[in-house]
Write a protein that binds this ligand. Structure first.
Ligand SMILES: C[S@@+](CC[C@H](N)C(=O)[O-])C[C@H]1O[C@@H](n2cnc3c(N)ncnc32)[C@H](O)[C@@H]1O
Length: 222
């Protein structure tokens, strides 16, 4: 079968220097310093979409080693192109299911920041099992985020926000640091992702939270 332009196969025939990573070639536990060619704090964005936040955040924080994950090959390609075009050399992109990857690859407490913006809400009840924000996702974030590390999230869907807020408040690995509506109380230096811009045009509420990883490592296996 010929790979389509939207296939995962295409992503791995990149030129040297491409920010696209091949999951099949990553070792466990993942050596971030080796992957980025230097030591440094690690930030992960889950659900990068077209890479707006990933590329700008990488440029604004050259000290960070930034990994963006998306399960859609087309979005990974767009993000990779954007990072290359803008010269965001401290960003890498990976095409896979984030929970699968985070369960197994990064070592416990090896990540400094998580960013998760405008996750698909899957409004229909029968589709809600596809939501990213579910107990398994919190467990893999808790396992990999170092104590004192931060989790940043945004959503424009109030029902989904209530669910996310309840899950995080019910998990003893996280402490709420900031909780605001960006539409009434903007954040200085905020990055408007594609979905944030659409939400603003549609007059949706913009929920934002920042959580801190507290306590000792959780869910460390092995
Ligand atoms: C609604 S879009 C938001 C994109 C971007 N964060 C923004 O604000 O513009 C959500 C993205 O998350 C990705 N995604 C959803 N579930 C995922 C998962 N389990 N693992 C990796 N990516 C996921 C989707 O493919 C999609 O690109």
């Amino acid at each position: 079968m010929q790979p389509t332009s939207d296939s995962v196969t295409d992503l791995f025939t990149e030129a040297p220097g491409s920010p696209v990573l091949d999951l099949a070639r990553l070792g466990k536990p993942l050596d971030f310093a080796r992957l980025f060619g230097r030591p440094g704090p690690v930030a992960i964005e889950v659900g990068i979409g077209s890479g707006y936040f990933l590329s700008r955040y990488a440029l604004d924080h050259p000290e960070l080693n930034l990994l963006g994950i998306d399960q859609a090959p087309s979005e990974v390609r767009r993000s990779a192109d954007k990072c290359t075009r803008l010269g965001a050399t401290n960003a890498r992109v990976l095409c896979c299911d984030a929970i699968y990857f985070l369960y197994d690859y990064p070592a416990a407490a090896s990540v400094d920041e998580y960013h998760v913006y405008y996750s698909d809400p899957w409004h229909k009840r029968r589709h809600q099992k596809r939501r990213l924000w579910r107990p398994e996702f919190l467990d893999v974030v808790a396992r990999t985020l170092r104590p004192g590390g931060r989790l940043f999230l945004k959503t424009d869907v109030t029902d989904y926000f209530t669910v996310i807020d309840g899950l995080l408040k019910g998990h003893d690995a996280f402490r709420l640091v900031d909780d605001r509506r960006l539409d009434s109380k903007p954040l200085e230096g905020d990055y408007e992702t594609n979905f944030q811009r659409k939400a603003i045009l549609q007059g949706h509420p913009l929920h934002y939270q920042q959580w801190e990883r507290v306590g000792k490592d959780q869910g460390v296996r092995g």
